[in-house]
Each structure stands twice: as C-alpha cells, then as structure tokens.
Design a protein around this ligand. Structure first.
Ligand code: IPE
Length: 263
C-alpha cells in the first residue's frame, strides 16, 4: 500500500504518558487523540512513543548503549513488556474510536545495526493496510547486529513508514505547539516558527537538552522530520495536548504548528 491518501501519525510519548513517572498512561489524552485522528477517511498508519513506559528504565540501565552486562537482560524484558502494555492501551483507544488498529512491533518490519535500520521489510505493513487495517508501531528495544540490542524510536519507524508509504500527511503530536525560537517551557520570550527548512534546521542551536530521553534531542527529531518531508506532501509538528488541533490538521485546517519543508 502506498499513495497520497495515507496519513501517518506519531503520538508522542510526552502526550500519551506522564514522562516523569514510571508507566503512567494518560488515558484521556490518548482517547481524545484517537477520536481526533479517526476523522481521516483514508488509510492510516500510526507510531507511538514509549514515554515513561520506556525511557526511564532504558536510561537507568543504559539500554541505548547496547549489551554491557547480563543484568540488562531482565531490563530488556521489562521494557519490552511495558511498551507492549502501552501499545495495547493505544490500540484499545483507537479501536474504541472506530479505527481498526493492529500492532506491528518494529522488529516485525525491520532489522537493526548500531541503532539504525539496515533492512526494512514492509510485507506485514502492506498486508495489514491492504486489508483496511491501521498498523500501529512503537518505540521498542530491538535486536541489533553489532550492539546485540538497541533502541528503536517511534520517530525512526516514522521515517521508514514515510519512505515506504509516501503519505499525504505526516503529523507529529508533541506537548508543545511546534518549534520555538527559544524554550517556552523555561519562560523564554519565544515565538512559534511556522515553517523550517534544511538551512534553518542546520542553523539551530545544537546543545541538546538534558532529559530522560534515550532517543535524542529536538535537533535529531527535526533532522528526521526533514528526511520525512521529502517523502510526503506535508510534514508538521503540533501540540497534541490542545484539544482539536490534531483533528483540524487532519481536516487540512490551519492551526498553530511548525511545518518542516523538504529540500
Ligand atoms: C523510545 O521511543 C523507545 C524506548 C525508550 C524503548 P520514542 O523516542 O519514540 O518515545 P518518545 O516519543 O520520546 O516517548
């Protein structure tokens, strides 16, 4: 399945979980977003982040650095269990809002080496979508050729899905309105940047914020969005915590957001 009718949506871990507290699902936010995205009439593919179901234990046990010691094995098992639990909750929210969603863990579609995808096999995604189902993938701990295991982010799967599906819309639901000239969470007098291109992204400050994340900074996310922008009609980041924003974006209406431009 590929084509311009596809919408590809990332539900950020910072929206569907409380990122600061281990395994806290933000049920109301997730159900609202599921309802908002269900207005899309064409095929849907979805990825969600791990939030506090993944990042906290992964960071504590350095799972993003690959195999170091046997004690990590139990932690891999725990994180895999936790992100699957989160995935089931996301599936439930989607199914309840009328989206026939099925789980596609990253390792069912991709092979990894040094934290990068070395082989993407879209068979399961294609068969799922050909049936009219919506594949839902997620950030996960995955087997890795050199590191023995590594972390695959939902964003990395977004890139692989975009490259394969060539969607019309790609939407990242975050916990901020988009990309700002400063840090609005720190009270900076910052304004929302409506559109960013390669040059603007390259010129942005590279000092990565200190956070509980094992999958990188906003700069890494923007690089990924830039790569995605070359494979879709429109690639945007919006605030999934503001009711109605995702739905408006699905309907093609103008909302506060940042569009990442190709080229
Ligand atoms: C992280 O995935 C995966 C693990 C930590 C296991 P993401 O990087 O996509 O998650 P969020 O959106 O930042 O929470």
């Amino acid at each position: 399945m590929s084509g311009r009718d596809v919408a590809l949506i990332k539900l950020g871990g910072s929206v569907i979980t409380d990122k600061a507290t281990l395994r806290v699902f933000r049920k109301d936010a997730c159900r609202r977003l599921a309802h908002e995205l269900s207005v899309w009439r064409g095929p849907l593919a979805i990825a969600h982040g791990a939030g506090s179901f993944g990042h906290i234990l992964a960071k504590e046990h350095r799972l993003h650095e690959g195999f170091k010691e046997e004690t990590q094995l139990k932690q891999i098992a725990l994180v895999q269990r936790d992100v699957r639990e989160l995935n089931v909750r996301v599936l439930e929210a989607l199914i309840d809002s009328g989206v026939s969603a099925v789980s596609v863990p990253p390792a069912a579609a991709a092979s990894f080496d040094r934290g990068k995808v070395v082989d993407f096999d879209p068979t399961l995604i294609d068969k799922t979508m050909a049936l009219g189902l919506a594949p839902v993938t997620f950030g996960d701990v995955v087997p890795d050729v050199s590191m023995r295991f590594s972390i695959c982010s939902g964003d990395l799967m977004m890139y692989e899905l975009a490259r394969h599906l060539k969607p019309r819309k790609v939407i990242f639901c975050a916990d901020v309105d988009g990309v700002f000239t400063g840090d609005p969470k720190k009270g900076d007098d910052a304004s929302l940047i409506p559109a960013l291109d390669r040059e603007a992204i390259a010129g942005m400050k590279r000092d990565a914020p200190v956070s509980a994340d094992v999958t990188g900074s906003i700069h890494g996310k923007l690089e990924m969005m830039l790569a995605i922008a070359g494979h879709c009609e429109k690639c945007i980041i919006l605030n999934g915590n503001v009711p109605g924003r995702l739905e408006s974006a699905m309907r093609g209406e103008d909302i506060p957001s940042t569009t990442v431009l190709p080229g």
